[in-house]
Design a protein around this ligand. Structure first.
Ligand code: SAH
Ligand code: AVI
Length: 332
């Protein structure tokens, strides 16, 4: 559209990204309990599969969060009065529109900044938002929110958002330092709106990650296809089965891939030649579930305080509005 304002930058060059990925995969697959970083689900196919997951009957998370956000967006904008919206892990970027509309309605909307690891989804979201919100300045940054936050620049008049309960895909030990890094890019009075999936009935949780149509299983196996495409690996994804269960002790859903036979896999770019026993598993994702108390316990020292806790009537999902105080001192 002529006149639409958007630009997309990349945090790192392709060669640097590939070298980092190879090192992370090598570290994960040579650990005692083999694991893969869940950010590698999201090539174009993985991002499309995630979109399919959001429409599954068992996957209550997305529709619950979207409905909740539709009801509270105006209140959030009134409390924070932001001129700029930042979304981490923006993906297909539908929810952000509810906040942008509320900001436009309040006459505040000026800028929007999206960060995601998937370049194509990011560019398409930036293009679509710039086309649909005339005058809005949209910037996309292809980057990793666990390592590239410095590209967000300084805060001021800023509301950051982290939807979908993607915070749950970080290990709880990683959350306080992550929040502290986000807080460094917020000014006093700025805020961070975080989607949090809540502890609930185990059957409902496990159904959301074991859908009858098998889409989550395909999403899970896709990480092996990503390794084949990017690192020259020779995984046979069909030789691994999808496993997802709720771990009550850690309050997280854990997804794994279980080898269906004794097999050997080579990953040239990561200098790996691996043997998998039949039944041997790789952890591919954790998805932490919180209560208001367990989430609030992550905040002290982060520079962020719980300003408001919004939930749906069934208490399935929460949006935590965290505010950046004026105390300045952020501990790491
Ligand atoms: N915000 C969207 C998408 C959530 S899915 C929604 O609410 O529906 C999680 C998103 O985070 C995906 O788009 C994925 O590409 C992105 N993502 C996952 N790990 C990431 C990381 N470490 N850095 C940047 N983006 C990441
Ligand atoms: C993106 N993230 C919050 C999703 C989740 O529920 O943890 C990813 C996902 N994994 C399996 N299904 C969806």
């Amino acid at each position: 559209m002529p006149g639409a304002l958007y630009r997309v930058d990349a945090a790192r060059g392709t060669a640097e990204q590939a070298a980092r990925m190879a090192e992370e995969i090598r570290a994960g697959l040579t650990a005692r309990l083999r694991r893969l970083p869940s950010k590698y689900f999201y090539d174009d196919r993985g991002s499309r599969l995630f979109e399919d997951i959001t429409r599954l009957p068992e996957y209550y998370l997305t529709r619950t969060e979207e409905r909740l956000l539709a009801g509270i967006a105006g209140d959030v904008v009134e409390r924070v009065r932001p001129v700029e919206l930042v979304e981490l892990g923006s993906g297909a970027g539908r929810k952000i529109r509810l906040l942008l509309e509320a900001m436009a309605y309040a006459g505040l909307l000026e800028r929007c900044l999206l960060m995601d690891i998937n370049a194509r989804f990011l560019a398409e979201s930036a293009r679509a938002l710039a086309a649909d919100f005339p005058g809005l300045e949209v910037r996309g940054v292809v980057g990793d929110f666990t390592g590239d936050l410095e590209l967000l620049g300084r805060g001021g008049g800023r509301l950051a958002a982290f939807f979908a309960s993607t915070v749950g895909n970080l290990h709880p030990d990683e959350v306080p330092p992550f929040l502290a890094r986000v807080a460094e890019h917020l000014a006093p009075g700025d805020a961070f709106l975080v989607g949090v999936d809540l502890v609930k009935d185990v059957a409902r949780l496990e159904a959301a990650y074991n859908d009858a149509a098998g889409v989550t299983a395909e999403f899970n196996r896709n990480i092996l296809r990503v390794l084949n495409d990017r690192l020259g690996a020779d995984f046979d994804p069909e030789a691994f089965e999808h496993v997802a269960f709720y771990d009550r002790e850690h309050a997280w859903i854990e997804m794994r891939l279980r080898s269906l036979k004794l097999q050997r896999v080579r990953i040239p770019a990561a200098r790996l030649d691996l043997a998998f026993e039949a039944g041997e598993e790789i952890r591919t994702e954790i998805s932490c579930k919180y209560t208001r108390e367990s989430f609030a316990a992550l905040l002290p020292g982060s520079g962020l305080a719980l300003d408001h806790w919004y939930t749906d009537p069934e208490n399935l999902f929460a949006l935590a509005l965290l505010s950046r105080g004026s105390e300045g001192g952020v501990t790491r």
